[in-house]
Design a protein around this ligand. Structure first.
Ligand code: ADP
Length: 686
């Protein structure tokens, strides 16, 4: 399975640097207006609907009251008609003496009680006097007074007498302010007019008893005159607005009376409270819901805008991070690549790797690339060696490898890592260390050369010491042998064989001397080559030569070098040899100290106008007086494996350079070995 490259994002995913983050879409205010106008239109529509329903209901209410008024009028008329017939009959019976006065009282009282609205039934004679009345509870005087002024009496009497027909009086008000009307039926006895029977009808009671109950509950029912003047329940006649009313004439002989029904007007604004409330509530709910939805929509849009902005920001951050990451990786002067641990497919490589190994591309097999080294890292450290027993990334391996084609050396570090998709990959870095490797090689060569020179010098010194020491006895032997030969020859009788042998011995002695000089000549293969030398640079070189990774051989050198020293006139190999010897002795003198405490200080300075001074101070064991006296003797050593020639040779070398080699005690501990060297005359003269 190919690993995704975390640093390569699909072009569409990552905005180009100059492509700004997508602008946040503004909330479209126009939409808002359209929406709100629609809501307003809806609410207005609902109001209109309510209005029209109200209008319709009002119309319905009007036609209903007309119908109801007719029913009420009929109900009252029927009752009155029945009464008219009754009283006509009563008058007839009275005239014809079919009933007695006592019967009249009884029948009339009963009728009054039954009707409920006929308050009094009066027998009035032709002189307008009330002669009887029923029911008889009230006295006649009271009845007369309660009728009040009755101007219409004459008209009624005249009419009934002339026409022999019953009639109604004009309505009148009694003392308590209530309206009454009287029905007058003529009483004739054999053509003689005897007066009338008057039924006193209370308008209030008439309505109360004869208007249907439902009508009384539904309407205010009033009896009015032709001018609309109320005759019942007077205060109700102030017909307020907001009511419906309908008036129908009362079908009585007295035509001026009419019935008026007054009902609550169905409101044109709120025709039906339940319906209106429901519609209003629904409209309100809708508006509220709609506003809520609108709010939500706006919030959602804002959230979307925020999300887009954040998305764009995170894309920018991602892009920046990627750029930073790539910039850092690409600016490294180390090649970095990541390969799949199983398939060895190259998943990522930085530009340094591209530049160094041009043919490398993502997707290629990393093994092919790694086989370009003398020892492939994946061969040396197979996948499983990079993992722990649990299969997790483990150790880091590092190695120095030579590239076959370029012959350059690389410090390779390789380790397993968890890649972005959670899979395992190998992360390898390659740093070019060619210069260091070559420098190391040169240093090694130099060190070896120094060692060889040192050995040769030692042998040469031994040879010269031997020659010096042996030449004396050899010369003595040669003298003695020559003397012996001369004497033997002077005697004359000496065996010539003895003389021959002696001469051979002499020749061998000479030969031995020659051999020694030849050996000396042989080891002194190299003639000193003196030239102008920067002694500080020489010190720095020696310090690198003696540096060692081995803890046993560790020595820390601190330098105090005078910067403006003129060059010295010297053979650099010889002076290096002296310094190496000093530093080796210093390290051996500090062997008992911890590696970090083994510190040698190397100082250079101007001793006088013509000499430089070089000092090596250590913190070692120091030199006791008995040792000090023999220090420069050949073969003197205090070490088990020492040769005792080092200081001897060093002194010879320095003296050869017309310098001095001395030592003194260091403070507080240790020894300071120093030597002087002459400045290069040609240059120092400048
Ligand atoms: P080798 O090192 O083989 O013994 P050298 O001639 O270099 O021969 O040194 C002779 C002796 O001088 C050493 O064995 C040691 O006892 C003494 N010596 C030399 N350098 C030092 C020093 N820096 N501190 C103490 N003793 C020293």
């Amino acid at each position: 399975m190919p690993f995704p490259n975390p640093f390569q994002t699909a072009p569409s995913d990552v905005a180009s640097p100059d492509k700004a983050a997508p602008a946040a879409a503004p909330v479209r205010e126009r939409d808002w207006y359209v929406h709100e106008w629609m809501l307003l239109a809806f609410a207005a529509g609902m109001m209109l609907l309510i209005y029209f329903v109200a209008r319709h209901e009002a119309d319905l209410g009007q036609s209903e009251i007309i119908r109801d008024a007719a029913v009420v009028e009929q109900s009252i008329s029927r009752k009155l008609e029945a009464d008219q017939q009754f009283f006509d009959r009563l008058a007839l019976d009275l005239g014809s003496d079919r009933i007695s006065s006592a019967d009249f009282d009884r029948i009339a009282s009963k009728r009054a009680v039954e009707s409920g609205y006929v308050t009094d039934i009066l027998r009035i004679n032709s002189d307008f006097d009330v002669i009887r009345h029923a029911p008889g509870a009230k006295s006649l005087e009271v009845v007369k007074q309660s009728r009040g002024p009755f101007a219409d009496q004459a008209r009624v009497m005249g009419f009934t007498e002339k026409t022999n027909r019953s009639t109604y009086s004009q309505p009148y008000r009694n003392q308590s302010g209530r309206f009454f009307i009287e029905y007058a039926a003529p009483v004739f006895a054999n053509e003689t007019f005897l007066g009338t029977v008057n039924a006193v009808i209370s308008f209030d009671l008439l309505l109360e008893k004869s208007a249907p109950d439902w009508a009384s509950r539904k309407y205010r029912v009033v009896i009015t005159d032709i001018n609309g003047q109320g005759m019942t329940n007077a205060e109700a006649m102030h017909l307020e607005s907001g009511v419906v009313k309908h008036t129908v004439p009362l079908a009585l002989p007295w035509r001026d009376l009419q019935i008026t029904l007054v009902g609550a007007k169905p409101s044109t604004v709120l025709p039906n409270l339940t319906l209106s409330t429901a519609v209003l509530a629904l409209t309100g709910l809708m508006v509220w819901t709609s506003i809520g939805l609108r709010k939500q929509q706006r919030m959602r849009k804002r959230a979307e805008v925020d999300r887009d902005r954040m998305y764009a920001q995170s894309l920018n951050i991602l892009r920046d991070t990627k750029e930073r990451f790539e910039t850092v990786l690409d600016s490294l002067d180390v090649s970095v690549y990541v390969s799949d641990l199983k398939t060895n497919e190259l998943l990522f490589c930085n530009s340094h790797l591209h530049e160094t190994f041009a043919d490398l591309e993502i997707g290629k097999n990393a093994l092919q690339f790694e086989h370009g080294f003398l020892q492939s890292p994946s061969d040396k450290y197979p996948a499983r060696s990079l993992l722990t027993i649990e299969g997790e990334p483990g150790e880091v391996f590092k190695d120095e490898l030579e590239h076959r084609a370029t012959h350059r050396w690389f410090l390779m570090r390789t380790r397993a890592v968890r890649w972005v998709d959670g899979g395992l990959a190998r992360l390898t870095t390659l740093g070019d260390v060619t210069d260091r490797v070559y420098a190391e090689r040169i240093r090694q060569t130099q060190q070896e050369k120094l060692m060889r020179t040192s050995r040769l010098m030692t042998v040469g010194e031994i040879a010269s010491t031997l020659a010096h020491e042996i030449n004396q006895p050899l010369a003595a032997i040669a003298n003695y042998v020559s003397g012996c030969i001369r004497r033997l020859k002077g005697n004359g009788n000496v065996d010539t064989a003895v003389i021959g042998a002696m001469e051979k011995a002499d020749a061998q002695v000479v030969r031995a001397g020659a051999i020694i000089s030849r050996v000396r000549e042989f080891v002194r293969t190299r003639e000193p080559q003196r030239r102008a030398l920067d002694v500080n640079a020489l010190v720095a070189t020696v310090v690198t030569l003696v540096a060692s990774d081995d803890e046993e051989r560790a020595l820390h050198c601190t330098l105090k070098l005078q910067t403006d020293l003129p060059p010295v006139f010297a053979d650099h190999i010889m002076i290096e040899q002296v310094l190496v010897n000093f530093l080796r002795n210093a390290r051996e003198a500090m062997q008992h100290l911890a590696p970090a405490d083994r510190i040698a200080e190397i100082r250079t300075s101007r001793l006088d106008a013509s000499h430089a001074l070089v000092e090596v101070a250590d913190l070692g064991s120091g030199i006791p007086p008995e040792v000090a006296s023999q220090l420069f003797s050949p073969f003197f050593t205090t070490k088990a494996e020492g040769m005792g020639m080092g200081l001897n040779i060093c002194r010879s070398l320095i003296e050869y350079h017309e310098g001095n080699l001395t030592f003194e005690q260091n403070t507080p501990v240790g020894t300071v070995f120093c030597f002087t060297l002459p400045f290069d005359e040609g240059l120092s003269a400048l």
